[in-house]
Design a protein. Structure first.
Lengths: 380, 296
């Protein structure tokens, strides 16, 4: 199921009237934040800004520092250097329980000894709100997440998806300044994950709350966030809109990590254009390399097109039908393989057919040949 | 050169059809074998026979006839009642102090100082390794050199001298019970969730962590109470003025005219401890699944 189809299957309960709006929209800023754990550097000078009302997804492989950044913002940990400001206020040394941040965890985090209603009302109880007030607010939020009738149940009586919905309601009950989501969907099955993903986005947009979402699932980050930050080895490699991260990766790591990417040998021509697969295309960053430099062109599967050609340089070795599209693995004469994705409505190409290849991009990103890691096996 | 990275969207992977599952066959309860039954009966005799004999002996009164006089004597005799009250008082204080010391310390070690776990293990096992009589001897040495007011206010009162000693003795029981309870919950996540919702450390410990390890803490407390109700070595060494319940039992056992009362007291103490442990297992059965199960 794609993100689009998931958003169509949103729980109708979410159309219910919005509860009281969250706290006034605030921005978040990390300034040169560093964190070391012994010899391991978790964050090395993180600079990042989250605009008021924006949802930023931090994406990266395990150990890249994304969860450390989230925990520093939540106040569970303190940076070795740098500052974190929320709404212009320095919160670097403010303890977690005084930060007013709602958090949804990866693990099921509901308090097992409390009923669902008590769980949602817990934060309000800590704020000494009147009992009637906090219980009615809890019921209101339970309605919002579509579990209005679950107030008297206990966490062990709920499914994983229901527990995460309650966790979202609990985090929103305190009207947090920032909503923090630490891989909240990773423990759920695919169907619930897609549905809840769309619900989170809808609630965040409706309340206009600033949110930081940490995930290692790139499709989750790209479909959910206003901007996506890609982290690697404690550094923010790029933060941009999902479209720009995907189409114009700032670094070879981002290009490799986000989406599928073909690396094709090319050369910089005398006029500065990139010669690749027999075509001349302008580079995304002009004049980055001198004429004659051997480069690698970074091409998405959908930026390549195949046409049946008995004398063509490629041979289809695998074909995967994906419904509206199909993905082909094409073997070149030099033994390397390319991944090509296109509409499934064109002519049916069988495995073993010879094909010609063409680049259908306006511009092409290039990098030095030695700069990239060894080839990654394609995953279909 | 060319290569391919990972695709951005999940791909649909066709899965081979699962082989048909064999029809579940109703399990027949195996007939117990004779040797198993024999072992069970022998074990039961080993444990139950002395108890039956003790019950029979405790029901024989001074006239040589059967009756409940030895049991009523426990209630009627002021010395016995006072000893029982004193022991229960010491037990309650010991259990409370042990929980107050061990619970937050264990949480702190698990959350913030996991490298100290091995130190905690070693320290809490010391009271088992070092005989209680050594602890008592050390304290008696201190008593001889202590100022008079310390002797009067601390050493000469059974509660103030025995409760701290029993807290030390109860450490292995309490630590292991609480540590096991904490291992069974996702402590880090629960604490983080509580703190992010605005609860300080005391509130988090009291309202979130403690209720979720309640069974373990109760287990530690009950074991501590059982320990206090049976401890005689230190009590005998340190406090001669007032007899605790187990010392009173020994006292009666040494008297020629009332051995039945001593046995009756032993059985009463055993019953009390059994009821405590039974209530614990009852509580554990009620609360256990709530913390562990996730459906769906």
């Amino acid at each position: 199921m794609t993100a689009e189809s998931a958003s169509r299957s949103v729980d109708p309960q979410l159309a219910a009237p919005a509860p009281a709006p969250a706290a006034s929209r605030v921005g978040v800023e990390f300034k040169d934040v560093q964190r070391h754990f012994g010899a391991v550097t978790a964050l090395q000078g993180l600079d990042m800004e989250i605009h008021p009302g924006e949802l930023v997804a931090l994406l990266g492989p395990s150990g890249c520092g994304k969860t450390t950044a989230l925990r520093l913002l939540a106040g569970f940990d303190r940076p070795d250097a740098g500052t974190i400001t929320v709404g212009g206020r320095d919160v670097t040394k403010v303890p977690a329980h005084k930060r007013d941040m709602g958090m949804v965890f990866q693990a099921y985090s509901l308090f097992p000894n409390m009923s669902v209603r008590q769980n949602v009302a817990f934060g309000l109880r800590m704020r000494r709100r009147a009992k009637a007030d906090r219980l009615s607010r809890a019921d209101e939020l339970l309605e919002m997440v579509g579990l209005g009738d679950a107030g008297d149940r206990y966490p062990y009586q709920l499914s994983g998806g229901q527990q995460q919905r309650i966790a979202i309601a609990r985090a929103l009950a305190i009207e947090p300044t920032v909503l923090l989501l630490d891989e909240p969907l990773s423990a759920l099955d695919a169907r619930v994950r897609h549905q809840l993903r769309a619900e989170i986005r809808q609630v965040q947009q409706r309340l206009g709350i600033t949110a930081l979402f940490v995930t290692h699932d790139q499709s989750e980050a790209l479909s959910l966030a206003d901007r996506v930050g890609v982290m690697n080895s404690g550094q923010l490699e790029q933060i941009d809109t999902p479209e720009d991260v995907y189409r114009h990766p700032a670094t070879p790591f981002v290009a490799e990590f986000v989406g599928a990417m073909n690396r094709v040998a090319g050369r910089i021509a005398d006029d500065g254009q990139v010669v690749v697969l027999g075509q001349r295309l302008p580079p995304t960053t002009p004049n980055a390399y001198a004429p004659g430099t051997a480069v690698e062109a970074l091409l998405r599967p959908e930026a390549l097109q195949v046409t049946p050609d008995a004398g063509g340089p490629g041979e289809i070795v695998e074909r995967t039908f994906l419904g509206s599209s199909e993905r082909l693995r094409v073997s070149l004469e030099d033994g390397h393989e390319l991944l090509v994705e296109g509409s499934s409505h064109g002519p049916v190409l069988r495995v073993g057919a010879r094909v010609a290849l063409a680049v259908v991009a306006d511009r092409v990103a290039v990098t030095e040949r030695a700069a990239l890691a060894p080839a990654i096996s394609p995953e279909l | 050169m060319s290569a391919i990275g990972q695709p951005v969207h999940e791909t649909i992977v066709s899965r081979p059809k699962a082989p048909p599952q064999p029809r579940p066959v109703a399990r027949r309860r195996p007939r117990p074998r004779a040797w198993r039954v024999a072992i069970l009966v022998l074990t039961a005799i080993f444990y139950v026979l002395p108890l039956v004999c003790a019950v029979k002996f405790s029901l024989i009164n001074q006239k040589g006839t059967y009756g409940p006089q030895n049991y009523t004597a426990i209630v009627d005799n002021g010395t016995l009642s006072a000893a029982l009250v004193l022991s229960l008082e010491i037990a309650a204080i010991t259990a409370a102090v042990a929980v107050l010391l061990v619970f937050p310390t264990t949480v702190l070690v698990r959350l913030k100082l996991p490298k100290l776990t091995i130190v905690m293990e070693a320290v809490t096992i010391l009271p088992i390794v070092v005989p209680p009589v050594v602890l008592a001897a050390g304290l008696l040495q201190m008593k001889e050199t202590a100022p008079l007011w310390v002797v009067n206010d601390f050493f000469n009162h059974p509660v103030t001298i025995l409760a701290p000693m029993y807290v030390v003795l109860a450490m292995p029981l309490m630590y292991r019970a609480i540590d096991t309870g904490l291992r069974a919950i996702d402590l880090h996540t629960l604490v983080d969730a509580s703190r992010s919702l605005g609860a300080g450390w005391p509130t988090t410990l009291w309202r979130v962590v403690l209720p979720n390890v309640q069974t373990a803490v109760l287990g530690g407390m009950f074991l501590t109470i059982a320990l206090v109700l049976g401890e005689v070595v230190i009590a005998n060494q340190l406090d001669q003025s007032t007899l605790t319940f187990p010392l009173q039992m020994l006292e009666f056992a040494s008297q020629d005219n009332a051995p039945g009362i001593s046995v009756a007291m032993t059985l009463a103490a055993l019953l009390f401890t059994f009821l405590l442990l039974f209530s614990l297992s009852f509580l554990a059965r009620r609360r256990g699944p709530r913390a562990a199960r996730v459906v769906g």
